[in-house]
Design a protein around this ligand. Sequence first.
Ligand SMILES: CC(=O)[C@@H](O)[C@H](O)COP(=O)(O)O
Length: 279
Amino acid sequence: MDTIDTDTARAVTGMDIYGRRIASRLMLGTSLYPSPQMMTDAINASGAGIVTVSLRRESGEARAGQAFWELIRGLGLDILPNTAGCHSAREAVTTAQMAREIFGTDWVKLEVVRDAETLQPDVFGLVEAARTLTGEGFKVLPYTVEDLSVADRLVEAGCRVLMPWGAPIGSGLGLNNRYGLRQLRAHFPEVTLVVDAGLGLPSQAAAAMELGYDGVLLNTAVAKAGDPVAMARGFALAVEAGRLAFEADPMAPRDMAAPSTPMLGQAMLGDVGGPGELR
Ligand SMILES: CC(=O)[C@@H](O)[C@H](O)COP(=O)(O)O
């Protein structure tokens, strides 16, 4: 990092969330870790600036939830409450309102999911909930699909950050529709775009960043790795590498070969000096 200029370094390492500069482009979830200590170590190793927390977990397990909250607060990071597990706009709005009180933040990662098999966002409920919440002063980060019309509706509803899925939550499949994600980036150059969900490997996070995405959000790939701390570090490096590549203006791919070694003369085999000697 110390061989690139300061502006580039800033662009590589920070992203904008509703006017706040966040030091890292990686956001991590806080579920599924083998132990609270492992979660803390993995989050620290990732360098994430934002962690997302499910309110349902907090209120569902009263005592364990309190200890968990203390742990999260001790990390000193920005908290992004999410509405995971909500199946309607109404449920998501109520959950977001409770989250604002509990966590003291206007940010909400808005999830409205209908289909249990794919956990695909319910885009109708999502837009409805986003409109209501922005009207109440929330800063909404919707978990969405890569569809341009839906994205447009969400922006119209007041969302300044969009979080399209890479693949179904917990699948680890990576970027299922790279073309759609690229289109979304091209259509919304001013919107902060974060790939959320479905990433299984650091290379997939790097690929999202190479498309010009501002950041990635993931959980399962780190929490379920054999070594969550090492995997968290791997994702952190991949996110920086991918962003750096995007900033570096990559070469255009081509179908035909193009020699990378210039031919300035012709090498000739010597007849007295031994094999391979040049004259
Ligand atoms: C924690 C959280 O917000 C998840 O709902 C998120 O979408 C991450 O998905 P993965 O677990 O697939 O990374």
